[in-house]
Design a protein around this ligand. Structure first.
Ligand code: GRF
Length: 271
C-alpha cells in the first residue's frame, strides 16, 4: 500500500482544483491528504472550502510585504543575496534593476513567511492550484533541493503552448482545435518545468470561452489527482535528455488506459 503524501496547497481564487482533491481524499481515491492551504488573498473562496473540510489555512499578506520590499530593499536583512537572486531569476523581465530588486525583496519576504508556515506542516509536496503569484528561485530552491522536485503546478494549456496567466483565453483566441491541460514541476521559469502529464480536449466550432474552460477544468481535476497518485506510488521517473532537460516518465501499466479514459471523457456530450 503506497504511503499517503502530505500536500500543501497554494491558491488565490475559487479553489475548484482544491475541492476536487479534497473530494477524492475524502472518498479514498487520492493517495494524499491536504495538510494545509495557503493563500495570498484573504478573501479567496478556496480558503472557505478548506475551512469546511477542517483543513488549516494560512494567509500571507503579499500586498504589504511587496510594498515593504519595494520601499526598503536596500536596508532589509534578507536570507538571500538579492543580486545573486536577480542573476538566477527568469521571471522578471523589466530593465530597471532597482525595481527588479525591490520586487524580488518583496517576494523573498513573502516566501520566507510562507516557508515558515509550510515547514510546520512538513509537506511532501507543494501543490500550486491557481496561485497567482510568481515564485522566486529562493522559494523553489528551498523545495527543489537534493535533486528532488517538490513543487507541482497545473496549467490550463497544452504547454509549451500558451504559458502565463491566460491559458484558456489564449487557447480560445488562437483558434487551436485541441486544447490541453498540463501538470508540471515548477522550475525557475514561467511554466517551463518538467512535464508530468497532459490531457487534451477538442475545441468545437460552437464553443465559447466558458464551455471550453468547463471542459478543460473537468480534465484538470482528474489529471491533478492522478499525477499525485503516481507520485505517491513511486511511479514517476526522471531522465535527462540529450539537451540536458529533465524528462519525466510515468511507469504505470495502466497509463495508456488512463489517457484513453481522459480523451473519451473530453468528448462527452458529442457522439
Ligand atoms: C485553473 O485553471 C488552473 O489550471 C490555473 O488556475 C485555475 C485555478 O482554478 N492554474 P481554481 O481556483 O482551482 O478553480
Amino acid at each position: 500500500m503506497a504511503q499517503k503524501l502530505r500536500l500543501a496547497v497554494l491558491l488565490s481564487g475559487s479553489g475548484t482544483n482544491l475541492q476536487a482533491l479534497l473530494d477524492r481524499s475524502a472518498s479514498g481515491t487520492l493517495k494524499a491528504q491536504v495538510a494545509v492551504v495557503v493563500s495570498d488573498r484573504p478573501g479567496a473562496h478556496g480558503l472557505k472550502r478548506a475551512e469546511l473540510a477542517n483543513i488549516p489555512t494560512r494567509i500571507i499578506d503579499y500586498r504589504a510585504l511587496m510594498e515593504k520590499g519595494r520601499d526598503e530593499w536596500e536596508r532589509l536583512q534578507l536570507p538571500v543575496d538579492l543580486r545573486e537572486l536577480d542573476e538566477a531569476q527568469q521571471i522578471l523581465h523589466f530593465p530597471d534593476v532597482s525595481k527588479r530588486l525591490g520586487r524580488l525583496a518583496g517576494m523573498v519576504l513573502a516566501e520566507d513567511e510562507m516557508i515558515r508556515h509550510l515547514n510546520a506542516f512538513q509537506p511532501d509536496c507543494i501543490v500550486l492550484a491557481g496561485f497567482m503569484r510568481l515564485l522566486s528561485p529562493y522559494f523553489l530552491r528551498h523545495y527543489n533541493r537534493d535533486g528532488a522536485w517538490r513543487v507541482l503546478n497545473i496549467h490550463p494549456s497544452l504547454l509549451p503552448a500558451f504559458p502565463g496567466q491566460r491559458g484558456y483565453e489564449d487557447t480560445f483566441d488562437y483558434g487551436v482545435k485541441w486544447g490541453g491541460v498540463t501538470v508540471h514541476f515548477a522550475d525557475e521559469g514561467e511554466d517551463t518545468g518538467p512535464i508530468l502529464a497532459q490531457a487534451v480536449y477538442p475545441v468545437w466550432p460552437d464553443d465559447d470561452l466558458d464551455s471550453l474552460r468547463k471542459r478543460g477544468l473537468q480534465l484538470e481535476y482528474a489529471l491533478y489527482a492522478q499525477c499525485i497518485n503516481w507520485l505517491a506510488s513511486g511511479q514517476v521517473r526522471f531522465f535527462e535528455s540529450s539537451h540536458g532537460r529533465t524528462i519525466v516518465k510515468i511507469i504505470d501499466p495502466n497509463y495508456p488506459r488512463i489517457l484513453k479514459d481522459w480523451a473519451i471523457s473530453a468528448f462527452s456530450g458529442k457522439t
